[in-house]
Write a protein that binds this ligand. Structure first.
Ligand SMILES: Cc1cc2nc3c(=O)[nH]c(=O)nc-3n(C[C@H](O)[C@H](O)[C@H](O)COP(=O)(O)OP(=O)(O)OC[C@H]3O[C@@H](n4cnc5c(N)ncnc54)[C@H](O)[C@@H]3O)c2cc1C
Length: 404
């Protein structure tokens, strides 16, 4: 049975992540928010530490690259808290430090989660140590990812990729990119496959970096692929076009990555709540957990409401990660977690700016930055509206053609 207490065996990892966030990310947070596009070199040492934690295997994965469904869990009769739970909880802690820096962590890109989710054992071994970005979005295709136009055509023992991808997180700094492309547009979503493309491939070109509202320490690139040849064995998963399984293969990634993005929102919102509580207390507003909210000051009541909403988001995140660890289908729960946490993240961080007034709005504190940073967590990996659509389809038993 599911137990939504923080798993005891992961307490050490979570504490370690919190210490790293507090001592290594927070101190450089403002610096790299201002120095957009400058690589945070301090992350190299931190990434080496995370590699070390993940390699011990003791905690089952300490970052975005750690997610993988353990086949043994299906046969096991005992419940497990494995790589997905460890990753979601440690990511939440790191985002308490800084979301953009977490997104910039070498070898922990969303492409690494895709590799961990869908690559076969031989590919996993071959790609060990790579830092992979994830490229789905195109100039004409965002939420409607089934309509992507980037093509991959088999030519001998290579695929030839042509197309343009935009808004690729870590697209400049990563050393490989997981690219979604269609093998045959006439076969619809079943023909969409993902490919690992190395950044030194002569057919790949980073065209520009974007300037953004938030997560400014994270680089976001537009990339073109022109007759970009990749070995056939760099197609992730099966090359078969199985129209019965629809989008299944490539989409399986989202079941693992959406709880992680929910974790990012949970961590960023927690940072805002912690600082706001301190600032309110300094201003003489005490928050009393033993008295009903309506009998306290308006500020305290609002804070308690925000915290309750945050708790709901965290529990949904843990449920989705737990189900992934225990090999239970979790597409519905992953979207519920992402929808709730994305919305709560934006609401909490902006409400904290409001509660703290001038201090909230000023660069003297990080509250205004967290309000800017959290917005993306309600947009990428599927927007709020798309998550709600997925939840509605699953609850009502309707297909994507029936409810759009
Ligand atoms: C900073 C940043 C980083 C990103 N990183 C990555 C990355 O690493 N890799 C990647 O592939 N992409 C990335 N993206 C792209 C992101 O995933 C897309 O922006 C997102 O999927 C939405 O697509 P869109 O921008 O084309 O908006 P659209 O799909 O055009 O949507 C616009 C609005 O319409 C709403 N909408 C769309 N369809 C429906 C519907 N059926 N019902 C109701 N409302 C609907 C959406 O919710 C949204 O509010 C990133 C974007 C940003 C801003």
């Amino acid at each position: 049975m599911i137990n939504l207490e923080t798993p005891r065996k992961q307490a050490g990892l979570i504490d370690q992540a919190h210490q790293l966030a507090m001592n290594m990310l927070r101190p450089i947070s403002r610096k790299y928010d201002r120095a957009e596009h400058e690589y945070p070199k301090e992350l190299d040492m931190l990434a080496a530490l995370i590699d070390g934690v993940s390699e011990t295997g003791a905690t089952g994965g300490a970052g975005a690259g750690g997610v993988r469904r353990d086949e043994r869990a299906a046969e096991s009769t005992t419940v497990r808290n494995g790589a997905n739970m460890a990753s979601a909880l440690s990511i939440a802690e790191m985002c308490w430090g800084d979301t953009a820096l977490l997104l910039s962590m070498p070898r922990q890109g969303l492409g690494n989660s895709a590799i961990a989710s869908v690559a076969n054992e031989e590919q996993l071994e071959r790609y060990a140590g790579t830092w992979a970005a994830m490229a789905i979005t195109e100039p004409g295709t965002g939420s409607d990812s089934a309509n992507i136009t980037t093509t991959a055509v088999l030519d001998g023992d290579e695929y030839v990729i042509n197309g343009e991808k935009i808004y690729v997180t870590s697209g400049d700094r990563a050393d490989s990119v997981v690219v979604w492309a269609t093998l045959d547009r006439s076969k619809g979503r079943a023909a969409i496959k993902s490919f690992l493309v190395r950044k030194d491939n002569p057919g790949l070109k980073v065209e520009r970096l974007e300037h953004k509202l938030g997560i400014r320490a994270s680089d976001t690139a537009a990339i073109t692929f022109t007759d970009c040849r990749v070995p056939a064995e760099d197609l992730l998963g099966s090359p078969e076009i199985d129209t019965r399984s629809g989008f299944g293969g490539a989409m399986a990634t989202f079941d693992n990555t959406r709880p992680l993005v929910a974790g990012m929102a949970v961590g960023c919102a927690r940072a805002s709540l912690d600082l706001t509580r301190d600032l309110l207390e300094q201003a003489g507003v005490a928050i009393d957990y033993d008295r009903p909210a309506q009998s306290q000051s308006a500020a305290a009541a609002k804070f308690l409401q925000l915290e309750a909403d945050w708790e709901g988001a965290k529990l949904l995140m843990m449920q989705a990660a737990w189900m992934a660890d225990n090999r239970q289908p979790n597409s519905l729960e992953a979207s519920m977690a992402k929808a709730k946490a994305g919305r709560v993240g934006s609401d909490v961080t902006l409400s904290c700016v409001q509660l703290c007034g001038t201090l909230g709005y000023s660069e003297a504190e990080l509250l205004e930055k967290w309000a800017r940073d959290s917005k993306i967590l309600d947009i990428f990996e599927g927007t709020q509206q798309i998550q709600q659509l997925i939840v509605a389809r699953r609850v009502l038993g309707l297909s994507s053609a029936e409810l759009r």
